[in-house]
Design a protein around this ligand. Sequence first.
Ligand code: ADP
Ligand code: ADP
Length: 220
Amino acid sequence: MLLTISILGAPGAGKGTQATLLSKKLGLPHISSGDIFRENIKNQTDLGKLAKTYIDQGELVPDDVTILMIKDRLSRPDCAKGTILDGFPRTPAQAIALDEMLKELNTRVDLVPFIDVEDDVLINRLSGRWTCRESGHIYHTTFNPPRVQGICNIDGSELYQRDDDTAETAKHRIQVYREQTSPLIDHYKNVGILEVINGDQYIEHVCRDIMAVVPKKFKK
Ligand code: ADP
Ligand code: ADP
């Protein structure tokens, strides 16, 4: 049975952290649009070069490129049972495109957990975020430190601070989120699949609250 979950929340709300945990618990691939862009930047592809100009400014990458990228990713065999989407959709046009992509597969978005966190908490989280160079595993200097400073627990790769996690760019990204992404809260509320999750709790408790709203038939 197909299950599509799209995690919604401001930059720093905990989407990537929770998507990683849900992906393990539900056995579904974690698809992060930000991670795919960063992978393309690392490999210096044309998509990466284009995306970098937007990401460095804290702006969204244009819808057409982003939609094509996700369409390609969703067409891979590992998505046959469903996906945990992290950071997509981020605009109303992307939400419409996602519905169309899923309709072709005779399915739809089943659940949108909205991780709700205050702005001042977001800034603290982004400024302390460290990301693994190899596969994007996420840490925080205070809230989720690695066992060995600067090294990923999982694959031993170096941790780095993202260029767009500076205080100034982070503030701008939160503003962009308010303008372009937050309308999706009402959109999915109207569809009847939005679940508001208190994101200002321990990582494990946020995960527990999300798992509580995943329909039973999808749990292993
Ligand atoms: P965060 O985890 O802080 O929310 P992401 O890693 O999801 O950030 O995204 C980083 C950047 O990549 C965004 O600021 C934006 O420039 C770009 N990006 C990611 N997803 C999308 C999307 N769905 N549409 C447009 N741009 C995106
Ligand atoms: P997003 O993908 O929404 O931008 P992340 O999952 O990357 O958010 O989390 C942003 C930062 O906050 C990371 O440094 C992460 O370790 C930390 N973090 C995530 N969830 C929590 C939480 N519930 N409490 C404290 N820190 C958290």
